[in-house]
Design a protein around this ligand. Sequence first.
Ligand code: PHE
Ligand code: FE
Length: 304
Amino acid sequence: MPAVDFHDGVNKGVAPVTYGTGSRPPRGDYAKARADYTCEQAYAQYTEADHETYRRLYTRQLQQLPGLACDEFISAVQQLGTPEHIPHFDEVSERLLIATGWQIVGVPGLIPEEAFFALLAARKFPVTDWIRKPEEFDYVVEPDVFHDLFGHVPLLFNPVFADYMQAYGAGGMKASRLDAAELLARLYWYTVEFGLIATPQGLRAYGAGILSSAGELRHSVTSPQAERVAFDLQRLMRSRYTIDSYQATYFVIDSFDQLFEATAPDFTPVYRQVRDRIAVEGEIAAGAVLAGERRFSANPPARG
Ligand code: PHE
Ligand code: FE
């Protein structure tokens, strides 16, 4: 593991570069952030309405999990503690540290890539401290505490997935040096955020973007409209994605071990091969399917 190096990721007191194409300034108070972009969870600032929003989001999502979320997620979700109020990050961290050596740390919102990678490489998962407003109940543009906690943290209790996330962080620091962060971001998007896993009982979701979404959870697993293709690292890195609609394509892994092993080799030659191939054939559009590739059909509509 390379030493954590904050060179470009240092908080210089300005709003960070965010992803995507939006011109909105990032939400959240970056003045309170430390040099590594982490901050105290401003717990006293949550209002009763904030806790109520969390409670309603949690309850709605929890009842949808059976038959749609993977078992590893379902068995760990109660580690977040009571759904009655927004969890104290310190309390979740205490349990997580014992389980897999991870911690969660507060952040004011989206942070620059380099700072994000460095935190993951140190087994620290950044969690946005603010929660969406009631009028954003169904859709919020930036990740909030519900997405970050409910979506991401349960799987950090799984030892293999926890190791994958750390490896991703270290790989990200390397990708930045190789100017390949955009290709690597596709891996995060199609696994950590929107990944599906094949189980003997059928497809299940493990990606946080799916698991924290009221509509996409069912859609991703059961809709005949979406494409579901077998995980293939280079195919995935050649694939574009959409950020403003349900995914047109999901990548399906067989196990977390498979994901870990497929991503363990040095990506230096992989980035080169992917770039060469893109130069000749172009990128793969979201929703496109290639001749002969292994596809999965939707689960039958789940109950409820
Ligand atoms: N093996 C990757 C590399 O050498 C690191 C990595 C691991 C990236 C897991 C993503 C996920 O760059
Ligand atoms: Fe996320």
